[in-house]
Design a protein around this ligand. Structure first.
Ligand code: NI
Length: 225
């Protein structure tokens, strides 16, 4: 399931991120790539342990924790500290799959969900689409600054070459309470339907309450916490 989460950051927060990142030191993006993806990757990153990554990462995680659309789509158990990358003209990331297990200091976790938070307005660069493959084909994603895409970490994906400008973004992974993308998709569909229905008929409606019960009971059956 690929889910677009709108306005994770406000325009002011995006401007703050860009301001801080413009003063950051950028290193070769292969520092965080696995063996296979290092060959495919041409971009720049802010070092994981840097102060700016930590500070902006906290800002992003704070916004995400209050964002019902993200929580519904990812059902996060743990979110990896956000990283920051940039693709200048000529940069790209060829087709790859993200590593299944990552370390954040001593903490090891499974990447179920991949996230990209766009920090550059689409009009400011050409190329640079995130292209995610699933059973229905390829999806080219380029979102307004401040918006987030959530997609299964198990999917093949790439970043198309940049032909003009520079694309900045934050990227990170979540270990989900629900490992299976198929189950997360069912839960997300059910949740969004219940939300829409409760606007029409009221939260106290008997059938809305029953469906909310079904949602919770499926989550109870599938969640690892
Ligand atoms: Ni990737």
């Amino acid at each position: 399931m690929i889910v677009h989460v709108e306005r994770v950051l406000t325009p002011d927060q995006v401007a703050l991120c860009r301001h801080k990142l413009s003063a950051a030191s950028w290193i070769d993006g292969r520092a965080t790539a696995g063996e296979q993806s290092a060959r495919a990757k041409r971009n720049l990153q802010v070092p994981e342990e840097s102060e700016v990554a930590r500070e902006l990462g906290e800002l992003i995680l704070g916004s995400l924790g209050r964002n019902p659309a993200f929580v519904s789509a990812a059902l996060p158990l743990r979110v990896f500290p956000p990283l920051f990358n940039r693709y200048d003209a000529g940069h790209a990331f060829d087709t790859h799959v993200d590593n299944a297990i990552r370390f954040s200091g001593p903490v090891r976790f499974r990447t179920d969900v991949s996230c990209t938070l766009f920090l550059t307005d689409p009009g400011d660069y050409d190329g640079g689409e995130l292209i995610v493959e699933d059973a229905y084909g390829e999806h080219a994603i380029k979102l307004p600054a401040g918006d987030l895409i959530v997609y299964p970490a198990s999917s093949l994906h790439r970043v198309a070459p940049i032909t003009r400008g520079s694309r900045w973004s934050s990227f990170f992974w979540a270990q989900s309470m629900v490992r299976s993308d198929e189950r997360r998709t069912l839960l997300h569909d059910l949740d969004t339907t219940i939300q829409a229905l409760s606007v029409k008929v009221g939260q106290g409606d008997r059938q809305v309450v029953a469906l909310a019960g079904t949602y919770n009971n499926l989550l109870r059956m599938w969640a690892e916490v």
